[in-house]
Design a protein around this ligand. Structure first.
Ligand SMILES: CC(C)(COP(=O)(O)OP(=O)(O)OC[C@H]1O[C@@H](n2cnc3c(N)ncnc32)[C@H](O)[C@@H]1OP(=O)(O)O)[C@@H](O)C(=O)NCCC(=O)NCCS
Length: 174
């Protein structure tokens, strides 16, 4: 089994439903992708629609991974900066691999594909992302070449009394 990555896939109902199912399943398995489970598809849908609208306006781009059956199995969204002084780097959001595929190296493949894609973006010199502390994600990103460059203590409240650091990771591309 392997994952095939596509940058800027055609946005059709199958793609929308696939990303929605992936995002919902990952959140309900404890993933740190903007929600705290349990969530249903209708909770996630408005967030996905915001990404899709931003893609239509050219502010975001999507890297999608599909498994051998053609199902959406992994995603990462790129977000470009509007600020004129920050156009030389890009944000990466919603990095996720479906729980049934995790732990087999696909997360690392996804980040390698994201770095390759970003190297092809005009004028982009680095990828920045932020991740929720307390889950070991810094180690995952570290194993993919990212460096921790900042940490905002207790900036993410996953539940009353359970605040997590917002960890900022950076991958220079040149
Ligand atoms: C984080 C995630 C994308 C990693 O994908 P994956 O396919 O499971 O990861 P890989 O199999 O490529 O693992 C690569 C390495 O990172 C490590 N790793 C993976 N997930 C990890 C985690 N959550 N914490 C610490 N280390 C992790 C693996 O052990 C492996 O290290 P090794 O080669 O030394 O054994 C995936 O687990 C996921 O989707 N998690 C839920 C969503 C999420 O929290 N995303 C992060 C948003 S900031």
């Amino acid at each position: 089994m392997s994952i095939t990555f596509t940058l800027d896939p055609a946005v059709d109902p199958a793609l929308r439903d696939g990303v929605l199912d992936l995002w919902t399943d990952v959140s309900n398995a404890g993933g740190a992708v903007g929600f705290v489970g349990p969530v249903d598809r209708e909770t996630v849908r408005p967030e996905l629609l915001r990404h899709l609208a931003a893609m239509a306006e050219g502010r975001h781009r999507l890297l999608v991974g599909r498994d051998a059956a053609g199902e959406v199995a992994a995603t990462a969204f790129f977000s470009f900066n509007a600020h004129r002084l920050q156009k030389h780097w890009v944000w990466l959001y919603t990095v996720m691999v479906h729980p049934r595929h995790q732990g087999r190296g696909y997360g690392r493949d996804l980040l390698a594909a994201a770095a390759d894609a970003a190297r092809g973006f005009d004028g982009i010199e680095a990828i920045r992302l932020s991740c929720r502390g307390g889950l070991g994600l810094e180690n995952f990103y570290g194993s993919c070449g990212y460096k921790e460059v900042g940490r905002i203590p207790d900036a993410i409240r996953v539940a009353p009394g359970d605040d997590r650091d917002d960890v900022i990771m950076l991958l220079p591309l040149r």
